[in-house]
Design a protein around this ligand. Structure first.
Ligand SMILES: NC(=O)C1=CN([C@@H]2O[C@H](COP(=O)(O)OP(=O)(O)OC[C@H]3O[C@@H](n4cnc5c(N)ncnc54)[C@H](OP(=O)(O)O)[C@@H]3O)[C@@H](O)[C@H]2O)C=CC1
Ligand SMILES: CC(=O)N[C@@H](CCC(=O)OP(=O)(O)O)C(=O)O
Length: 344
């Protein structure tokens, strides 16, 4: 049994961590923080958790996080990096759901996140927490950078063809849609019901902070620099990411893409490759840690179209964080995260 703290327990990813960890047999949640709700019973704010948790939110400044075995940061960017060094020195492992440790190039990170990095020396030792690529490194990591929601769906979708070197990695295209919970629980005009519902828009086309993260990951997989066009969209649903990915085969060849995808993910508990010709739907992964993928080659041309769906709050955030925790602490990788998706 390990003692776990959550910083940022009132946000969407924080409460999703709670929902999962409450039922995890190897975890005791000892601390859960919120500055705004400090002193309030967790189950009073989240009635869904009534009868399952007997903890109050505490202010992060007065919380005994250094007594934990593991602390999850489910906070805005730029918070974990201020406390990471002290916690690591106290022997506490860290999983950051934000982006503080995801990008190795500090100048690039500072450009996209608009702040100075507080502990650049720790970034080099942080492990990028995408288990399907980095499982061995995650096992021995003390500091894990949990991937972003868009980068998870995009990297898993492209992984088999980029790994095999059979597509032109100078011209990858990722056309991706996100549900509104991707923007977090904080009040913002663009996520109001009257703004986000009955509407559909792209954003961040000139540049989005997930672009360098995806490029960094796929560059590592390809073993050479990768160029990518990434266009995120906001769709009027609550949870879900749908990535439509395009890549060109380098040679007009006879190739069994379906077999390649099935083989690559055969041993991955959380990646499901659909039978040929199918189309994954976001609602088939809601509330689960699953990434569901389909691969197509329309008109038998040299363009490969990959469809990849996840729940942004689970495989795109809290579920993947718990998957990383399981790997770091030597628990079975699927422990506590085998929830069947909601139907409908
Ligand atoms: N939503 C999503 O789908 C995904 C989000 N992420 C990332 O995970 C992180 C959390 O996201 P999300 O849950 O959506 O965010 P929310 O805005 O929903 O929640 C943020 C949480 O952090 C707390 N917080 C805010 N400022 C501070 C601070 N200065 N110090 C300590 N705690 C603070 C807030 O509580 P209080 O203000 O009361 O302290 C709140 O509990 C973000 O970095 C986000 O980018 C990653 C993948 C997917
Ligand atoms: C719909 C929406 O607004 N999405 C967010 C990204 C979601 C997210 O969680 O960002 P990280 O994974 O980097 O933490 C955005 O585009 O900024």
């Amino acid at each position: 049994m390990i003692k776990v703290g959550i910083v940022g327990g009132t946000g969407y990813t924080g409460v999703e961590l709670l929902r999962i960890l409450i039922q995890h047999p190897e975890v005791k949640i000892t601390t859960i923080t919120s500055r705004n709700e400090s002193g309030m019973d967790v189950a009073e704010l989240f009635a869904s958790l009534r009868g399952h948790i007997d903890l109050k939110f505490s202010d992060p400044s007065g919380s005994a996080l250094d007594q934990c075995d593991l602390v999850f940061f489910a906070t805005p960017n730029g918070i974990a990096m201020q406390q990471a060094e002290a916690l690591l020195d106290a022997g506490v492992k860290i999983i950051d759901l934000a982006a503080d440790f995801r990008i190795k190039d500090i100048a690039e990170w500072e450009k996209w996140y608009g702040m100075q990095h507080a502990c650049p020396e720790l970034v080099a030792s942080a492990v990028y927490g995408l288990p399907e690529i980095n499982r061995a490194e995650i096992k021995s990591a003390c500091l894990v950078a949990n991937p972003g929601c868009y980068p998870t769906a995009v990297q898993l979708g492209f992984l088999p063809v980029v790994e095999m070197g059979i597509v032109d990695t100078n011209h990858l295209i990722a056309d991706v849609k996100s549900g509104v919970s991707g923007a977090g629980r904080k009040a913002e005009v663009h996520t109001l019901l009257a703004e986000a519902s009955d509407n559909f828009k792209a954003y961040g086309v000139p540049g989005h902070r997930h672009h360098p993260e995806i490029r960094q990951g796929l560059t590592r997989v390809a073993g050479k620099p990768v160029e990518l066009t990434f266009v995120p969209h906001l769709v009027p649903m609550i949870r879900g990411i749908h990535a439509t990915l395009y890549a060109r085969l380098t040679k007009k060849r006879k190739i069994d893409l379906q077999a390649i995808y099935e083989e690559r993910f055969a041993t991955e508990a959380f990646v499901d490759v659909l039978p040929a010709g199918k189309h994954p739907e976001t609602r088939t992964v809601r509330g689960s840690n699953i990434c569901r993928i389909a691969v197509h080659r329309p008109q038998n041309s040299d363009t490969v179209v990959i469809l990849s769906v996840t729940d942004n709050l689970v495989k795109g955030a809290a579920g993947q964080a718990v998957q990383n925790m399981n790997i770091m602490f030597g628990f079975p990788e699927t422990l506590g995260i085998s929830q069947i998706p909601l139907i409908p």
